[in-house]
Write a protein that binds this ligand. Structure first.
Ligand SMILES: Nc1nc2c(ncn2[C@@H]2O[C@H](COP(=O)(O)OP(=O)(O)OP(=O)(O)O)[C@@H](O)[C@H]2O)c(=O)[nH]1
Ligand SMILES: [Mg+2]
Length: 302
């Protein structure tokens, strides 16, 4: 009797669902929808995501390990090489690939990368995102075009922002997920630390409030994270590459950095569901984006 009972119990499914694509197409937005938490920061700027971030979704008989990855670009400096390595690693260990593109992206935007994706031996869902900004006629044409260029992929027109078709993607993932024991504890949400999310929330504000090269020349280090019963006290350093950038981050009479602190604190209080006190300092670390030692210290070597 016991054997029979075992047989009819659904086998556990688990696997890696890796979200890849060019910059700014909505990869992080999509992962956050699936995970139901704002694990990845989102901005209107390219190269928002710099790391591979796991978002784990657990059910009674499944575990989906999503990976959000940096948008793929040709590296111009060492930081971007490391970002590209994170994205490449997501190609090699996927059970299912979500290749995200959007209605604006030209098919030949990054043919080299697309050709590599096409060689993947795992199921590929091609997420044609941002369809809330399209119409049926244009969308039909786009879907036909992608079918022709990428016949191996299953095309799913989606709006991550409006959560249109995201449930269908989830259902397909469950269908395709291999039978496996879970890879992480069943209450795990991510592989990243609390400090990492503090750093990311501050970086999101910098991406939002500063122009041109400033956000890309910036890195955050959380020096202190001290949780008391009713408040979390944090101290973070904003690193920039040059003295002039330091002045810009601080702003006239410190107004600019104050805004970063105020806005970051609001998000941090939401994220940790607790009162937060945060202090920010700015330091220059010359040319850190091209220095192996600095990149390692900031967690970029993989
Ligand atoms: N209209 C519309 N905008 C979207 C949708 N999904 C994402 N966006 C917007 O597109 C921009 C980029 O979104 P992200 O999720 O940060 O994109 P990403 O692919 O992770 O970008 P990188 O990390 O830079 O590679 C943001 O302004 C989002 O709000 C969508 O379905 N519709
Ligand atoms: Mg992203």
């Amino acid at each position: 009797m016991l054997i029979f009972a075992k047989k009819i119990k659904m086998a556990h499914k688990a696997g890696f669902v890796n979200i890849i694509g060019n910059p700014n197409v909505g990869k992080s937005t999509l992962m956050n929808v699936f995970v139901g938490e704002k694990l990845s920061i989102i901005t209107s700027k390219s190269q928002t995501t710099r790391h591979r971030i796991l978002g784990i979704v657990n059910g009674e008989d499944f575990q989906i390990v999503y990976s959000d990855t940096p948008g793929v670009i040709k590296p111009a400096y060492k930081l971007q090489e490391s970002m590209l390595n994170f994205s490449k690693s997501a190609l090699s260990d996927a059970d299912i690939l979500l290749y995200v593109t959007d209605i604006y992206e030209k098919i030949d935007k990054n043919q080299e990368f697309l050709n590599i994706v096409k060689q993947a031996k795992v199921p590929i869902l091609l997420i044609l995102n941002k369809i809330d900004q399209s119409n049926n006629e244009d969308l039909d044409k786009l879907v036909d075009m992608w079918h022709e260029h990428f016949p191996e992929a299953e095309i799913i027109p989606t709006s991550a922002l409006k959560e249109f078709n995201t449930q269908n993607i989830f259902n397909r993932i469950i269908d395709l997920l291999p039978e496996s024991e879970p890879f992480y504890p069943k209450d795990a949400l991510t592989d990243k630390t609390e400090r990492f999310f503090v750093q990311e929330i501050i970086r999101e504000k910098i991406l939002k409030f500063y122009k041109k090269e400033i956000p890309y020349a910036t890195e955050i280090e959380v020096e202190e994270f001290k949780e008391d019963e009713d408040i979390i006290r944090m101290r973070a350093i904003i690193y920039v590459e040059r003295e002039t950038q330091k002045g810009i981050i601080i702003g006239h009479k410190g107004v600019a950095i104050k805004k970063v602190g105020v806005e970051a604190r609001k998000d941090l209080e939401k994220f940790f569901d607790k009162k937060v006190h945060i202090e920010l300092f700015v330091k220059v670390r010359k040319d850190w984006r091209n220095k192996e030692d600095d990149l390692r210290k900031f967690g970029y070597q993989n």
